[in-house]
Ligand binder design. Sequence first.
Ligand code: ZN
Length: 236
Amino acid sequence: VKTRSFLSARAFRLVLRAALLAWFLPRSPGLLQNSLPSQSLLRRLPLPEPDTYWLTIDDGPCRHDTEALLRVLAAHGARASFFAIGQRVERYPELARLILKEGHTLENHTYSHRSATFWLEPSCLIRSEIMRCTQAIHDATGLRPRFFRAPAGRWNHAVWKAAVRDGLTPVGWSARAADSMPCSNLLRAMSGLAARVKAGDIVLFHQGGHRGRAAALDWFLLQTDRAGLRADLPII
Ligand SMILES: [Zn+2]
């Protein structure tokens, strides 16, 4: 009897702990990447064109690889959205204009990409980070972004609300490789990703900080081309 009551008390504590975690995790802002239970976050294309996916490239423009990435995209007839950091748009306005000239879009990824703290900041700072990025893109290109992705994909209600107030649609992703780690084997990561991509996916890729990004993107696009998939801009 003693053993049974001990076990049931232990089981009860485990169930209680699991229930608390299940309640707490989705509500703790920013702890889960690419997730926002209470509001809509675009993570797949609602009405995918047959055989197309949306390629999104974060953290540029970057002096080291933007032009090489643009050449690769052109060679595959692929179009992508660059989720840009406002500070970098200010530093490289000519690259921002080149991205648009090549038929791609520039979207908002905050002004200074404070990925560790952004979602914890007061609403006024969150809002100013988003607005300053939109302003930087507008100053460089004359166009305003339509979409927003939070740094490191960490969301909470304040981040979501600030983006929507600025007229931006919050965007997550449905497929990504571990390509932002400095030591990741890009070619292997992108091969694995290419095997998983389906029509309607929102694919996350990064630029900067890693040699070989253009080669990895080329390899990825080669494989999705062979699978009959096309990287194109969303019709939303
Ligand atoms: Zn980023």
